[in-house]
Write a protein that binds this ligand. Structure first.
Ligand code: FES
Length: 147
C-alpha cells in the first residue's frame, strides 16, 4: 500500500512574524555568529552620530544591523574584538537615543546609566554615541557585579 507524503509546509499561524538572519562583520571571519532579528513593519534607517578620536561621523544604520557593523563597513577605526557582546572592547556612551542591546552582557544598571556595547547595539531611534575608554565601562560593570 502506497503512502502519500505532503511536501507542502503547514500554514503559518496568524501571529507569524517575519525574521531575518544577520551576520557578524566580515572582519571577524573566525566567528560564525548569527543572530535572528525581527524586521520592523516599516524598515527605516536611523541616523547615528558616532564621536570617536575627536571626530563625529553620521551613519545611516538599519534597525537590523549593529552600530559596530555599520561603523566598520564605513571604515571607522573603532575598537572591537569578540563581536559577541562579551569582551567589552567596543564600549560607548549613549548620549541620546535608544538602542536594543538585549544580546549583550552589560548589567541592567550599566545600561540604564547610558552605556552600550556597539557590537550588540541595534538602533531604535536616531542616536548619538560617544566611544569611551574600555576601563570606564569595565569599572562600572565590575562595580555592579559586586552589588
Ligand atoms: S566587541 Fe566584544 S563586546 Fe563588543
Amino acid at each position: 500500500m502506497a503512502t502519500t507524503i505532503s511536501l507542502t509546509p503547514p500554514p503559518l499561524p496568524l501571529n507569524f512574524k517575519k525574521y531575518q538572519i544577520t551576520k557578524t562583520h566580515p572582519n571577524t571571519p573566525y566567528l560564525k555568529q548569527h543572530s535572528v532579528r525581527r524586521l520592523s513593519a516599516a524598515v527605516k534607517a536611523y541616523k547615528v552620530l558616532i564621536e570617536h578620536g575627536g571626530k563625529t561621523t553620521e551613519l545611516e544604520v538599519e534597525p537590523d544591523e549593529t552600530i559596530l557593523s555599520k561603523a566598520l563597513d564605513s571604515d571607522l577605526p573603532v575598537p572591537y574584538d569578540c563581536n559577541l557582546g562579551v569582551c567589552m572592547t567596543c564600549p560607548a556612551r549613549l548620549v541620546a537615543g535608544k538602542v536594543d542591546q538585549s544580546d549583550g552582557m552589560l548589567s541592567d544598571d550599566v545600561v540604564e546609566a547610558g552605556y552600550a556595547l556597539m557590537c550588540v547595539s541595534y538602533p531604535r531611534s536616531d542616536c548619538h554615541i560617544r566611544i569611551i575608554p574600555e576601563e570606564e565601562l569595565l569599572s562600572l560593570q565590575l562595580a555592579t557585579a559586586n552589588d
